[in-house]
Design a protein around this ligand. Sequence first.
Ligand code: SF4
Length: 612
Amino acid sequence: MANGYMGKMLWVDLTREKIREEVLEEKLCRDYIGGYGIGAKILFDRMKPGTDPIGPEAIFGVVTGPFDGTSALGGSRYTVVGKSPLTGGWGDANSGGNFGPYLKFAGYDAVFFTGISEKPVYLLIDNGKPELKDAAHLWGKDTFDTEDMLVKEHGKGTETLCIGPSGEQVSLIACVMNNKGRAAGRSGLGAVMGSKKIKAVAVRGELKVPQADEEKVKDLRKTCQKKLTGHVDMLREVGTPVIFNFLLEAGDTPVKNWAGAPEDFPQFEKIGGNSVMASVARKYACYRCPIGCGGHMKAGTGEYKYEEDSHKPEYETLGMFGSNCLNDNLDSIILLNDICNRFGVDTISAGAAIAFTIECYENGLISKKETDGIEMTWGNHRSIVAMTRKLVRREGFGKTIADGVKVAAERIGMGSEQYAMHIQGQEVPAHSPKFGVPWGICYRLDATPARHTQGGGPFPPGLMPEFDRNLIEGRGVLHKRGTSYNHVINCLGACVFVVGGYHQADVLVDFINALTGWDYTMDDLLKAGERIANIRQAFNVREGLNSVRFHVPGRIVGKPPIERGPLAGVTVQEEKLNMEYLTAMGWDLQTARPDRAKLLELGMEDVADTLE
Ligand code: SF4
């Protein structure tokens, strides 16, 4: 087995209450690296097309990468994988904190669950010994209490991932949480976990990750760490809220459910980075991260009495619950973030659902009669908090919007779909493709539509040529290269913020080779990234999805263009961008289906045969 990996995955059959180990083959690791690369290949091979994502045949997985639990700089992330109940296609989401490394210290690179348990359970892995345990006492608890209770039960050094009450109720925008505020937020995989009645996975252990040349990994870390500058300093000081003011003014951040412009929200600084930092009590870092962009807040002393350990809201949360709802009350946003974290709901999707509700209300499609007496008007922070509390509990009107805006619009009818800002069922995050051209491609054509983290960055010097941000001609080739690199970072279990600070792409190759003993080149690495993009895409094609035909709301791409603000008159050249990217990827221009020749070139003959 390759160094850098524990060499084992665990399969848990929840229906039969059986657990078995399986060897993680080196070829799978070389070809698909880890994280959603390995996850997508396993689910493509072992889950039938057309499987109900929240049914017993669905597979839910937690997968690490070779960076996790080693000295490789930035290795802290695990990925959850499954078929997304939101999009009906490939689903993944990743999160930092400590869980990924500790899953490996407990003995496994990955855990896959099949079936549905009769009763709530959690999986405990203690130094290589897995056991399914009764979770009756945890069911109904929020994610913070669940974590505390599991640590109390199994001792200090126990790391957990879990779902909250929203995941238990199979709300389709539910997420998976760890370390009290770190979220594997997108794709609705908290609902998949809840459908299987898995409350949590708790891991503890002291096993060592084998490394080919441990000293070299440590040396590389030291050299790299010294060079971490630029965006890294800002992240260290403030975290992701640092970009809010700038991006809001530039038109990137959504305002008023994507229909507004920055001048509709002139008070944006009230919820920007400096304002957030004034309320931060202490900062923290994911596993061995030298940046430490995380933070916990001071206790709320004003109208909103959130607790001291509530997590700092990230940029996306500020955008979705702030400017997108015209809400300038920072305390309410800190509380909203905390409510979502504790109940286990994605703040991007929840913020979008609230903005959708407000727009429906303001346009008379719903009234206080439907909203349980709550006046859902723009910027009304008390109403936003009240409705979010209902959303996470699936109470009253909250039940209508708890499965995201696509389902909510189907439930409400009356043309409300026009206010539902989603692509193939997943809510659009807080970055505008009119501002950042890469999102004009990935929001539609990535296997997980509407994902801001699949936009093709970071682009370290030495890998990507300098280029005009707005370049369209030739953009497909750049995007292919950028996303391939990005897929590798994610699948290594690394954080894009940290790797973005390496300032030289070759270091990533050096880390991989020192960890595994392979002789990877940059070309091998980019080819692995391309293979990962293709296996995710093949999963969707086999599910019958055609991303070329996905509906992208006009507001998102400027059709018609907005008349005010910095992006006035801008329309994303979607057709041209799509064509450029599909051509570069070797995917069919009408169906986005990977060509057989392309799959053969990537050594994916088995996938090509299955697709045929
Ligand atoms: S930069 Fe932030 S998110 Fe990334 S590993 Fe460090 S603390 Fe975690």
